[in-house]
Ligand binder design. Sequence first.
Ligand code: ADP
Ligand code: MG
Length: 290
Amino acid sequence: MQQVQALPPQFFQTLKIQTILGQGHDSKVLLAIENKENENKQYALKCQAQKIQDTAINLFNEIQILIHIKHPHIIELLGYSQDFTCLVLQYCPNGTLVQLIKSSPLPVNIAASLLYQVTQALNYMHEQGFTHGDLKLSNILIDSQYNIKLCDFGFARWNGKMPIEKQTVAGSEGYTAPEIWTLNPNYIKSDMFSVAVIFFILITGHPPFESNNPDNQDPWWNLIKNNQWETYWKDIRSNIDQECKNLFVQMFSIQPDQRLSANQLNQWFKLKQTTQENLIQVIKKRLADM
Ligand SMILES: Nc1ncnc2c1ncn2[C@@H]1O[C@H](COP(=O)(O)OP(=O)(O)O)[C@@H](O)[C@H]1O
Ligand SMILES: [Mg+2]
């Protein structure tokens, strides 16, 4: 594998910034163009948004993790600044899964095709002891060939540890597994909980619950937690087939070991997925209609 390297300041000076692709609390993602030998090369630069210690830690974490993982469904790190505050990433021009469900939820076979790719990347990561820690729609990109790429590895871990450990609870509310709030999280199975949340949102257009933070007492999460599924399905009123309902009951279990692994869920999605041609056609149409 080719070593990913720190790039000299001269490299960054030659880039032309085109637009802002995303702006979070911690970082700014910019589209940059390099004019080299009359060929325009595009990159996504993920840079520190504010000069505070915690944001620098996130970017340092992300670099350390991405240096070690390479997969067709994981964003490629091409280089980074010498002070570790800017990542040079492969640019994905077709947005994230957020844009795909702007107009309406997706049919199960389309969602399954997308998550078939996500679970391939996760299986590869989990087998090597890496976990993502912040899986959600906005951290799943669509590349120029309409392939899925996981991004945003600021909360990723290797064997349960971050290169520099932070004090905050990791992840995004509404996506993280209940054990994340305890002292003994199971990071691999927490990723799988987040995949189930993503699947639920893709096929219904709304989240399964607002929060499982014990301080919030979310009524939807209370029904799930207390295994009151019949009331839950009646109250949410979304049309979900029985097979998917059974999957959600298993995947939203508060017992991490009851949730399927990335490999098992990958097999499940494989059986449900549509053809590559149909997937691309649906993505193109949805992006064009936006
Ligand atoms: N490689 C990329 N190509 C295109 N857009 C990207 C890329 N990386 C990030 N983005 C956009 O920027 C947003 C924020 O990036 P992300 O890595 O998730 O940072 P944050 O930690 O701020 O959430 C993403 O949701 C996506 O819209
Ligand atoms: Mg993000």
